[in-house]
Design a binder for this molecule. Structure first.
Ligand code: SF4
Length: 289
């Protein structure tokens, strides 16, 4: 049995165990089977951005660099590689090769995510749409352009201090909601990205993202605008093993219904205030905004 087959079997058994015994998905530490032949290390000279390769130090004062994230990890040790030498590039490569769920049959390509390797904010959306599926990059359509403007309004950008990803890495057909088993199969990638990125704050864009990460069925209208702790196995943050997670509306919801713009702006101000608490550089550079 290959490592990928073992991982699929372990994920399926975990899922069946949770739903049969408890009726919901429990937090758990999952065994990960490695097979270096199945997932060879990526080339060092990965293409810009496509392999999460834009990175800068945390905060807004650092100079933009364009080396792959893994290169900086080896160079100065500032970004911690995950357990067993994991890296953002490795996750990206595995996503591109992944056939763990049915979405691999209809996607053009997987969309791992991109942005700063040590971000202030990890933005987590739902799944790639048509533009993302075609380009291999997250949030590049109209909703993505709006997201970029929203982030820019509070001193954030994917090229400077944010990482952008989705809970599901391949486009669901006709942009349907991801199915529960697809969310389970794909969650291992986001979990590894979070462990390596160590964001100061996670911003969940939309219902699917917020409900999946908070393991709740509460609607986005009630979840938005309030920080919840996102438990992290490695206590890399300063709040005792959790990262503040803020749900807000998905930018596509704002494009569909303008009445969401005001609450979304309130959420952005809440995010800005939290980041100013957590990061002195950010607080200095956004003072007076
Ligand atoms: Fe693999 Fe996730 Fe794509 Fe499914 S959606 S094939 S689990 S990368």
């Amino acid at each position: 049995m290959t490592a990928e087959e073992k991982n699929k079997a372990a994920l399926f058994l975990d899922l069946a165990d949770d739903y049969l015994l408890d009726g919901y998905r429990r937090p758990r530490t999952r065994a990960v089977f490695e097979d270096s032949a199945a997932f060879p290390a990526p080339e060092k000279a990965a293409e810009p951005l496509a392999g999460n390769s834009r990175e800068t130090p945390r905060g807004t004062g650092g100079q933009t660099q364009t080396q792959p994230a893994v290169a900086r990890e080896e160079r100065d040790g500032e970004a911690s590689p995950g357990a067993g030498g994991d890296s953002l590039e490795k996750v990206a490569e595995e996503v591109r090769r992944c056939d763990a769920c049915r979405l691999c049959e209809t996607r053009t390509q997987g969309v791992p995510g991109e942005g700063a390797a040590s971000p202030l904010v990890l933005v987590v959306g739902e799944a790639p749409g048509a533009d993302e599926d075609a380009s291999g990059r997250p949030f590049v359509g109209k909703a993505g352009q709006l997201l970029d403007r929203m982030l820019d309004s509070i001193g954030l950008s994917r090229r400077k201090n944010c990482f952008i990803a989705n809970v599901v890495k391949c486009r669901p057909p006709q942009n349907r909601d991801p199915m529960p088993d697809e969310l389970v199969f794909c969650s291992r990638f986001l979990k590894r990205q979070i462990e390596m990125l160590k964001p100061k704050v996670i911003l969940c864009a939309g219902r699917i993202s917020a409900q999946t990460m908070l393991r709740t069925t509460t609607g986005i209208g009630k979840l938005r605008g309030r920080f919840e702790p996102y438990p992290t196995e490695d206590s890399f943050d300063e709040s005792g093993g959790s990262t503040p997670l803020l749900p807000t509306y998905h930018p596509s919801a704002l494009l569909r219904d303008g009445s969401y713009k005001r609450p979304a702006w309130e959420d952005l101000k809440t995010l800005r205030a939290k980041l100013a608490e957590l990061d002195d550089n950010y607080a200095r550079e956004t003072a007076g905004q």
